[in-house]
Design a protein. Structure first.
Length: 238
């Protein structure tokens, strides 16, 4: 898939990684609707592209577009490369991704209550699952913004980097993930998220079901063969 540029985003595949760069900064209602439509088209392309194993979503954390459902709907691991502050809808979009890379000096929060609103793009549901109910309630009910150091401490972001290193840091993680079996990546993601709505016993059973599904794949055979031959595996996603 060649590099493509739209009105509100650009996307390009590097190896088995799809990098989607959204337009920077907050936009008006028309711009947000256009961005949502364009991202939906790209996500649809990714859904049918077996060569894409990992997605990197690069965006300004102060965007006010509602896009979280699109990011959360991708089966591949999604890495958020958050430029600057992640506030309101921008943080909700980041929460919908699987790995979050932030920048040093940024601030994070869901201040919607201060404006007479509340998070409406998944923030009230995803934040408690990530940082715990108590911390989530504190952040949501007070509208407090926290600094990057605290965000990393509570697990809101996984890594903090200098702004100029954001894309390269996200790509380092993406390329490492993409070297793994794409089926294993998808099943592992499914097991984690699916298990959150189940009892422990139900979740363990689902995990085993997904594990057994991998037994019939060529990737599993390749992984074992590569280990025995002391070489890097060449996974194909079959």
């Amino acid at each position: 898939m060649d590099a493509q540029a739209g009105k509100t985003l650009n996307y390009q595949k590097t190896g088995h990684c799809m990098v989607i760069a959204l337009a920077t900064g907050p936009g008006d209602e028309a711009a947000c609707a256009s961005m949502a439509a364009e991202l939906a088209e790209v996500c649809d392309l990714i859904a049918w592209d077996e060569e894409t194993r990992v997605v990197v979503l690069e965006f300004d954390g102060e965007t006010n577009a509602s896009l979280a459902a699109l990011a959360a709907g991708l089966k591949q691991p999604v890495i958020a490369a958050i430029k600057g502050n992640a506030i309101g809808p921008g943080l909700e979009l980041a929460l919908a991704c699987d790995i979050r890379i932030g920048t040093v000096g940024a601030r994070f929060g869901l201040p919607q209550v201060s404006l007479g609103r509340l998070p409406s793009d998944g923030g009230t549901q995803r934040l408690p699952r990530l940082v715990g109910q108590g911390k989530a309630l504190e952040l949501i009910l007070t509208g407090t913004l926290i600094d990057a150091v605290e965000a990393e401490k509570i697990g809101l972001v996984h890594r903090l980097v200098a702004a100029e290193a954001l894309r390269s840091s996200a790509m380092d993680i993406a390329l490492e993930m993409a070297s793994k079996s794409p089926l294993s990546l998808r099943y592992a993601k499914e097991a984690v998220y699916g298990g959150m709505d189940l009892t422990l016993n139900q979740g363990v059973k689902m995990e085993m079901d997904l594990y057994l599904l991998l037994f019939s794949t060529r990737d599993r055979v390749e992984g074992i063969t590569a280990f025995r031959e002391k070489r890097k595996p060449r996974f194909e996603g079959t």
